[in-house]
Design a protein around this ligand. Structure first.
Ligand SMILES: NC(=O)c1ccc[n+]([C@@H]2O[C@H](COP(=O)([O-])OP(=O)(O)OC[C@H]3O[C@@H](n4cnc5c(N)ncnc54)[C@H](O)[C@@H]3O)[C@@H](O)[C@H]2O)c1
Length: 309
C-alpha cells in the first residue's frame, strides 16, 4: 500500500513500508548527463545518479578504473540503466575518451555534469598542514580541483556540451574559513571554486553553460570519514545549523534543481547547502555544548592555558 507521509507531503515523497519513494517532477526529462565519483551507496554522486534518473535523465557513470573494480558502481549502473566508462579525472586523454564516448552512448551532447571527486594523500598519510609532502599536495590539487578545469576544457574543446548545460562540483566551506584538520583539501576547494568562477565566465559568455559549486554539509561518506575529527565536525556543524546538516539525499535534490532548466541564470556561484551553517556565528545548541568543554584535558597542567590543538 502506498501511504502519503505527512512530513513529506509537500515535497512529493511517499513511504512504502520503511522506504521513502521520491516522486518524479520530470525536471531532467530528455537530458543527458555524466556523473563522476559514485564509489558506493554512501557517495553523494550515487544519490545524485539515482535522483537524476528518477527525474527522467539518461546518464553515464564514471570513476577511476580501480574504483570501478573495488566499488559497487556496477550495481548502480544496473539500477539506473547507466553506462559505466572508467576514467581518471586527472588524465586529459581519459577525459577526451570519456566525453566522446558518452556523447555516442547517450546519442547526443551532454546537458549536465557532476564533478564529485576528491582525495588528499597528505591526509591519508597523516601529514599535517605544516608538514606537507609537496608531491602529494600536487596530487590533492590535481584530483580535487584541477581535474574540474580539465573536464571543462576538454568538454569545451570537443564541443560536447549542449547550450545552457549545467556543470557542478561539490565543495566545502573550509575553502573560505579555516577548519581544524581539513588540511590541504581547503586549498583544493578554494581552487575548485575559483575555477568555477573563471571557467563559468568564459563558458557562460560563449554557450550559456552554467558552472557552479555546491558547498555541502559534512556527510558520512568514504571521503568525508577520512577527515580528521569527522564525528566532532559533523556534530558541531549540526548544532550550529538552524536547519541541521544537509544529507546526501538532500544534496542530490539540490543538484537536480541546478541541472534543471529552472536555474538557467545561476552561474559562477558557491551555493551553500548546509542548513545555514555558513552564516552562523554561534547557536544556543553550540554554546551549550561549548560550555561543557571546559574540562581538564583541554588545559595545559603546567601553564593553566587552554590547548588549542
Ligand atoms: N562527505 C563530505 O563531508 C563532503 C562535504 C562537502 C563536500 N564533499 C565533496 O563531495 C565530493 C564527493 O565526495 P563524497 O563525500 O561523496 O565521497 P566519496 O569517497 O564517495 O567520493 C569521492 C570520489 O572521488 C573519486 N576519485 C578519487 N580520485 C579520482 C580520480 N583521480 N578520478 C576520478 N575520480 C576520483 C573516488 O573514487 C570517489 O568515488 C568530494 O568533492 C568531496 O570533497 C564531501
Amino acid at each position: 500500500m502506498i501511504m502519503k507521509n505527512r512530513n513529506f507531503a509537500a515535497e512529493n515523497k511517499f513511504i512504502i513500508g520503511k522506504k521513502i519513494i521520491f516522486m518524479s517532477y520530470n525536471l531532467l526529462k530528455g537530458k543527458k548527463g555524466i556523473i563522476f565519483g559514485a564509489l558506493n551507496d554512501q557517495s553523494i554522486a550515487w544519490k545524485v545518479a539515482e535522483r537524476a534518473v528518477e527525474e527522467g535523465a539518461q546518464i553515464v557513470l564514471t570513476n577511476t578504473a580501480v574504483a570501478c573494480r573495488m566499488g559497487t558502481i556496477a550495481e548502480l549502473a544496473e539500477k539506473t540503466g547507466a553506462v559505466v566508462i572508467p576514467a581518471d579525472a586527472t588524465s586529459v586523454d581519459d577525459l577526451e575518451m570519456l566525453f566522446s564516448e558518452s556523447v555516442k552512448a547517450l546519442g547526443g551532447k551532454i546537458d549536465f555534469v557532476l564533478h564529485s571527486c576528491a582525495m588528499s594523500a597528505n591526509m591519508r598519510k597523516k601529514r599535517t598542514y605544516d608538514d606537507l609532502d609537496y608531491s602529494l599536495l600536487d596530487k590533492t590539487l590535481d584530483i580535487s580541483a584541477i581535474s574540474f578545469h580539465k573536464m571543462l576544457q576538454v568538454a569545451k574543446k570537443l564541443d560536447a556540451l549542449n547550450d545552457c548545460a549545467s556543470v557542478l562540483a561539490l565543495t566545502y566551506v573550509a575553502s573560505h574559513r579555516t577548519f581544524f584538520g581539513y588540511n590541504d583539501m581547503a586549498d583544493a576547494k578554494s581552487l575548485l571554486e575559483s575555477i568555477a568562477r573563471s571557467f563559468g565566465y568564459i563558458y557562460g559568455r560563449e554557450k550559456g553553460v552554467r558552472v557552479n559549486t555546491i558547498s555541502q554539509s559534512p556527510t558520512y561518506t568514504t571521503a568525508g570519514s577520512g577527515i580528521k575529527g569527522f564525528d566532532g565536525l559533523y556534530d558541531f556543524s549540526d548544532r550550529m545549523s538552524p536547519l541541521g546538516n544537509a544529507s546526501a539525499d538532500e544534496c542530490a535534490d539540490y543538484c537536480i534543481v541546478m541541472f534543471s532548466d529552472l536555474t538557467k541564470k545561476v552561474t559562477m556561484q558557491t551555493l551553500f547547502h548546509d542548513g545555514g551553517f555558513s552564516n552562523m556565528g554561534m547557536s544556543l545548541r553550540g554554546m551549550t555544548q561549548y560550555n561543557k568543554s571546559f574540562i581538564e584535558e583541554n588545559t595545559d597542567k603546567e601553564t593553566g592555558k587552554i590547548i588549542y590543538g
